[in-house]
Design a binder for this molecule. Structure first.
Ligand SMILES: Cc1cc2nc3c(=O)[nH]c(=O)nc-3n(C[C@H](O)[C@H](O)[C@H](O)COP(=O)(O)O)c2cc1C
Length: 191
């Protein structure tokens, strides 16, 4: 059972990283191998709609982008994919969406390697926009035939400055419960 955790914040050591790491800790405790992919300091170029990924074997994006190298393989190898994003003006960050757009397009034109993986989203903001961003990320999972586990609340948290989210007790607990449910589902799926 492999879980890939993605932090889509450009801020190293920020709240999103903390939430994703918290979830991955629980996943490890439940028997998963985990990996954290932080996009801080690793900007991913957006999809250019060139169509070069159509029918590639093995699946790949043809853009020249060293920061994207190896990421398709990470997604393919994962059973569970946990995506965290801060809220930027009511939406997921451009970093998060650039990654998902490119992985998603490659997947769709390569027999959809995301099918039957488990996907979960976590979002954090100073004040508002978490639910919209949460829904935005869930749309990605659902159009890619992925299974989405729930938690004891929507997977949203509150925090502004680095580390502030740790004080959001309910948000932290929601993310831990999410990770328990994610690994439960992965076990049931025989991963
Ligand atoms: C460009 C930008 C836009 C933001 N937009 C929102 C917003 O729409 N709503 C909100 O409550 N917080 C907003 N924030 C605050 C961040 O969501 C918040 O600081 C979050 O904890 C950052 O996560 P990080 O520490 O993982 O980078 C914004 C921050 C930035 C830099």
């Amino acid at each position: 059972m492999r879980v890939l955790g993605i932090s889509g914040s450009p801020r190293e050591g920020g709240n999103t990283e903390l939430l994703v790491e918290t979830a991955l800790d629980v996943c490890r405790h439940e028997g998963a191998e985990t990996e954290l992919l932080s996009l801080a300091g690793r900007p991913i170029k957006p999809c250019t709609a060139c169509g070069g990924c159509m029918g590639t074997a093995p699946p790949r994006c043809v853009q020249d982008d060293p920061n994207f190298d190896g990421l398709i393989e990470k997604f393919m190898a994962a059973d569970g994919i946990l995506v965290g994003s801060p809220v930027y003006f009511g939406s997921a960050t451009p970093e998060t969406m650039a990654l998902l757009d490119r992985v998603g397009y490659v997947a769709r034109f390569s027999g959809n390697f995301l099918r039957h993986k488990v996907g979960a989203a976590v979002t954090v903001a100073r004040r508002a926009g978490q639910n919209f961003t949460f829904a935005q990320l869930n749309y990605f999972f659902l159009i890619n035939e992925m299974f989405v586990p729930g938690s004891t609340y929507w997977n949203v948290a509150i925090g502004r400055e680095r580390g502030e989210v740790a004080a959001d007790e309910e948000g932290m607990e929601t993310v831990k419960n999410l990770a328990r449910n994610m690994t439960y589902l992965l076990h049931k799926l025989g991963r």
